[in-house]
Design a protein. Structure first.
Length: 164
């Protein structure tokens, strides 16, 4: 539905709980889409106030990028969007930090010049640091988890509120 010209980001699917997480999936939450980034970042931050933690992940199966946003207790801990490093927030941690260390990158990937050798080395590592890898370490990898309870009939499809 991200290609629907009239309502490009409207559809979401609510999936039965997986390991204690309620997943809401759809293009509405697409961090890499510039028109969505600020809105969904704020939404995730607000949800973390209510639930303690909230996370967004984007994994591009067609080599179109990786993105994640981790929020805890009303604070964005890390936002990374591979296609828009200038929109990064927070400090790398977990698998992202370990992989940066392997490549000798002591700072943040967003601080590297686009033509630096280190930036090229880092960009070549996405197979080791996909959003699904960060998700698995931070919460769950929805591509590998199964529902705790419920069935396919308990999924909900909804129209998300329009962007302001």
């Amino acid at each position: 539905m991200a290609h629907d010209e009239e309502e490009p980001f409207s559809a979401v699917v609510v999936i039965p709980p997986m390991r204690g997480w309620t997943l809401v999936v759809g293009p509405y939450f697409g961090l890499p889409y510039p028109q969505q980034t600020a809105h969904v970042s704020e939404l995730c931050r607000e949800l973390s106030v209510q639930f303690g933690k909230a996370q967004l992940f984007f994994h591009g199966e067609q080599n179109d990028g990786e993105a994640w946003l981790i929020a805890e207790r009303g604070r964005i801990v890390r936002r990374w969007i591979s296609e828009c490093p200038e929109l990064a927030l927070g400090e790398p941690f977990g698998v992202e930090r370990r992989l940066l260390d392997v490549y000798g990158i002591t700072g943040k990937p967003e601080d590297l010049g686009p033509n630096s050798d280190l930036a090229g080395d880092w960009a070549a590592t996405w197979g080791d640091c996909w959003a699904t890898t960060v998700a698995e370490e931070s919460s769950i990898d929805p591509t590998a988890a199964t529902a705790d309870t419920g069935s396919i009939s308990s999924m909900w499809v909804a129209v998300a509120p329009p962007l302001e």
